[in-house]
Design a binder for this molecule. Structure first.
Ligand code: ATP
Ligand code: MG
Length: 413
């Protein structure tokens, strides 16, 4: 389980950041901090979105910043239902940031953890749906052309479960297009660069060769293999993360039989995505998607966003969604004033101490854990996140007063 304080003395929340109010930290990785934020629209409405702040060291590097801006501009031109929409890109003080659509749900890494923790198998039709939707995003991005009809040559380069977001509405959205390219520019130490990355790398990426869309197809192949096998493809030595050598060698074990209709055909699709030589692989995401869709149809394994969303909400939605929303309301009520503890309907919510119920990046120690450990990692509310307290009624009153004050302040603006 990854527990983070939503607000710390160094990182107080809520706080203003340009045109945004950051109110919850949902992740922190090697290159960025991820916040939930609110902004006002021109007509006075409000929108919740995600602000990804690039860490200062990287923000300060001119080459990196330029590359990131170029890549993010390309990413912002991608308009597709399976791609997280980039809304804004800018610099606030010394900090580069990307604002994007908020996908309320889990990233695929976290979804798999939740399934493993609660011993809830992810139905195979949903696994195939997630793979197909990811391919749809890649097919669109790979074929994207500029205004003069020239191919833009977009390659994601970091297709991995943490960048595949699955919402409680059953949508599947790929995020972080192009960021890996900018990261490659940086002199990040080898060890850091491969930490958690080699597990989803194509052999050519691990060898540092030039990449095209087929590298992304290979990464989707790994995701498909793992969802079908129910385990990580590459296991690092001594329980550590997979190595670049493993990614280069690309030794792919047989998938276990699961008694699916025409299972051989499904395994053949995954195997073809995972061929070591790019020339022998599917030539495009579209080619793989076409065969996968035909298989899904023949095998009667069709799923839909509606059914995936219902399944997600039924198994993981209730408490998680309620906690997130309470925290959102708590932050809203305290905006502009001191952070206070609130209680709603008998549940105490202390903004500075609550477990992040998003899908935060694991801290380095967790990232280095064995895949099995990672799969077992749990995402549960911290003990302080949901407890009944004798003083709940008093806090509810305080909360109510704060809400009224906020509403009055808002009305007087
Ligand atoms: N638009 C978004 N909506 C909802 N959650 C998001 C969004 N973008 C990122 N997240 C969450 O924040 C987490 C951290 O994201 P971040 O991109 O910093 O790290 P990562 O995906 O683990 O690693 P990397 O992208 O470097 O491979 C994601 O795994 C995801 O759970
Ligand atoms: Mg990411």
């Amino acid at each position: 389980m990854v527990t983070e304080a939503a607000s710390t003395p160094k990182d107080p929340l809520p706080r203003r950041f340009g045109r945004y109010t950051l109110f919850d930290k949902i992740g922190e990785g090697g290159m960025a901090r991820i916040y939930l934020a609110r902004t006002r629209t021109e007509l006075g409405g409000e929108r919740v979105l995600v602000v990804k702040q690039i860490l200062p060291l990287l923000s300060e590097s001119g080459d990196f910043a330029q590359m990131l801006i170029d890549e993010a501009k390309l990413a912002a031109s991608l308009l597709h239902g399976n791609i997280v929409q980039v809304i804004d890109l800018g610099r606030e003080g010394d900090t580069l940031y990307i604002a994007m659509e908020y996908v309320e749900g889990f990233d695929l890494r976290e979804l798999v953890r939740q399934c493993s923790k609660t011993k809830t198998p992810l139905p195979v039709e949903f696994s195939l749906f997630i793979v197909a939707e990811t391919l749809r995003a890649l097919d669109y991005a790979h074929r994207k052309k500029d205004e003069d009809g020239r191919p833009l040559g977009i390659v994601h380069r970091d297709v991995s479960p943490s960048n595949v977001l699955v919402s409680f509405e059953g949508e599947v959205k790929l995020c972080d297009f192009g960021i890996a390219r900018a990261m490659n520019l940086e002199q990040v130490p080898q060890e850091d660069a491969i930490q958690g990355k080699a597990g989803y790398m194509s052999p050519e990426a691990a060898a540092g060769a030039a990449l095209d869309g087929r590298a992304d197809v290979f990464a989707v192949g790994i995701i498909a293999w793992e969802l079908l096998a129910g385990r990580r493809l590459y296991r690092g030595e001594g329980g550590g993360p997979p190595s670049l050598e493993q990614a280069q060698a690309a030794v792919i074990p047989e998938l276990p039989a699961r008694q699916l209709a025409e299972e051989g055909a499904l395994h053949a699709i995954v195997q073809r995505a995972l061929v070591r030589e790019p020339e022998q692989r599917y030539p495009s995401a579209q080619a793989m998607l076409r065969e996968l869709e035909q298989y899904i149809q023949r095998a009667g394994l069709r799923a839909s966003p509606l059914r995936l969303g219902e399944w997600m909400s039924a198994h993981f939605g209730g408490e998680i969604l309620e906690l997130r929303r309470m925290r959102q309301r708590a932050a809203k009520a305290t905006e502009g004033g001191p952070l206070v503890q609130m209680s709603v309907a008998g549940m105490t919510v202390a903004p500075p101490k609550i477990t992040v119920v998003g899908s935060p990046s694991p801290p380095p120690a967790a990232a280095a854990a064995a895949p099995g450990d990672e799969d077992r990692a749990a995402l549960t509310p911290s003990p302080g996140a949901s407890t009944r307290t004798p003083g709940a009624g008093r806090w509810a009153l305080v909360a109510l007063l704060l809400l009224v004050a906020a509403a009055v302040a808002f009305a007087l603006r």
